[in-house]
Write a protein that binds this ligand. Structure first.
Ligand code: GTR
Length: 324
């Protein structure tokens, strides 16, 4: 039988604060990143909003640093209501929730501002809503900047330089296809295994944004960072539908609004962290180079047709392209 996390958390809450009759509900939230990372801090901020707005009836406890497991496992547990909230990248959701593929498609957004406007508007709402059919309530999307390649073997400048490289990807068919498109061998691995895979040569390369390249210390073992910026697959905060449905109506509304209100806070932290991480990895010996982006975009283009393969998904892609 599944553990009733929400109920247990409620019973275990030592701080039955506020009015004597008010019960405190504590939602447990998972994150792969360490304490202090913008996603971790954003969910804490959301928790503070929720707590303030409910007079302490609703709280959020963030378990950072993979304390509850790797993203794919924690997502399963979230669907079953063992974990109440989960902040993951959209990548590990790709195989489950088709809509999450769309914003990760290579070179889709024109820039970060386009991605932000899209995810804040009706298209973003539509993508988040896709999770609901799969036991998850999409609360908000956070930034994940742009993902770029990094290698232990040498600078990558063109798609030809990727040929035959073993590249770690997120556990997602989209990501396997993206690597195939440039002639690389995709190796899907959980995030927590990437450092040692790079260190021991199980993989030659991986790809991620500046803050993750930095906080995971991958720059120590893969020093050549190629600014390909090939995908802007955003982060997503989901609630377990089981946990969400158990919340009183008013608390559901508070939770949704608190999540939305944490997005600008997250972005402030994200921009600062991106600049700090860029400087820190350069200091730590990373060598950064530019790539032939047009050649990468051309090579990866067939992935769009392959994965935006229903009217709904094609429609989302078209709306994103048309949006200003
Ligand atoms: C990071 C993201 C994590 C995780 C990781 C990965 O950018 O924030 O949630 O998905 O990438 O590559 O596994």
């Amino acid at each position: 039988m599944q553990r009733r996390a929400l109920m247990l958390a409620t019973l275990a809450a030592p701080w039955l604060a506020g009015r004597a009759s008010a019960q405190t509900i504590t939602l447990r939230s998972a994150d792969t990143h360490p304490d202090g990372y913008p996603t971790v801090e954003a969910v804490k901020i959301m928790g503070r909003f929720a707590e303030e707005r409910t007079g302490g009836r609703l709280r959020v406890q963030v378990f950072h640093s993979r304390q509850l497991g790797e993203e794919r496992e924690t997502l399963e547990q979230t669907r079953f209501g063992v974990i109440d909230l989960n902040r993951v990248n959209m990548g590990p959701l790709n195989n489950l929730v088709p809509e999450t593929v769309v914003p990760g498609l290579p070179f889709l957004f024109r820039d970060e501002a386009h991605m932000r406007r899209t995810m804040d508007g009706p298209i973003g709402e539509d993508i988040l809503a896709g999770a609901e059919r799969h036991g998850l309530v999409g609360l908000c999307a956070y930034d994940s900047g742009a993902r770029s390649f990094y290698s232990r073997r040498g600078a990558v400048r063109t798609p030809e330089d990727m040929r035959g490289l073993r590249v770690r990807v997120q556990q997602s068919d989209l990501w396997v296809a993206i690597m195939r498109a440039v002639g690389a061998n995709a190796t899907p691995l959980p995030f927590g295994e990437v450092y040692s895979a790079l260190q021991t040569g199980v993989v030659d390369a991986a790809e991620n944004n500046w803050p993750s390249y930095h906080s995971s210390r991958h720059f120590e073992v893969a020093r050549f960072y190629a600014e390909s910026e090939h995908s802007m697959s955003p982060e997503i905060l989901v609630a377990s539908k089981r946990s969400f449905d158990r919340l009183p109506r008013d608390l559901q509304g508070v939770l949704r609004q608190a999540a939305r209100d944490s997005v600008p806070e997250m972005r402030r932290l994200w921009d600062a962290q991106t600049a700090a991480s860029r400087a820190a990895v350069a200091q730590g010996g990373a060598q950064v180079n530019a790539v032939d982006k047009e050649a990468f975009a051309r090579a990866m283009a067939p992935v769009h047709q392959q994965f935006a393969n229903t009217d709904r998904l094609r429609g989302l892609v078209a709306r994103i392209r048309e949006s200003v």
